[in-house]
Design a protein around this ligand. Structure first.
Ligand code: HEC
Length: 109
């Protein structure tokens, strides 16, 4: 009898844990744009949330995303030789640019 009750308790405990584990990705959903900003080192110069770390780097937080996309494509295309951003933007795919622009535009400035 005791064994049965204990067994049930353990089983329901496990169910709760499993439920929590299943739900956690939704609760703690990672921000893909934030991850990419780290991965491509944008945060080194532009700050974790797009508030720049130094006067010579522009703030990106809260900037219009369409504008950010066009700037990143401009850099990626190397229109302006010698621009420091050209090398930063060179490896970015269109999708990555969209995600980064979306991320920085959502940050408060
Ligand atoms: C080594 C420092 C450095 C890194 C790393 C860097 N940037 Fe920049 N970024 C700059 C500088 C400097 C400028 C200003 C360029 C200019 O004057 O044309 C700039 C400009 C920009 C602009 C244009 C802002 C505007 O107002 O027109 C965008 C957008 C941008 N960076 C996004 C990014 C993203 C996204 C990444 C990561 C993939 C990144 N940057 C990585 C230094 C950096």
């Amino acid at each position: 009898m005791l064994k049965r009750v204990l067994g049930r308790r353990i089983l329901s405990g496990l169910c709760l844990l499993a439920g929590a584990a299943l739900m956690s990705p939704a609760i703690f959903a990672a921000d893909e744009g934030a991850d990419l900003a780290w991965k491509y080192h944008c945060t080194t110069c532009h700050g974790d949330t797009g508030k720049s770390n130094a006067q010579r780097y522009p703030n990106l937080a809260g900037q219009n995303s369409i504008y950010l996309v066009s700037r990143l494509k401009y850099f990626r295309d190397g229109v302006e030789p010698g621009n420091q951003m050209n090398a930063q933007a060179a490896p970015l795919s269109d999708e990555t640019i969209e995600l980064l622009a979306d991320y920085f535009s959502r940050q408060s400035n």
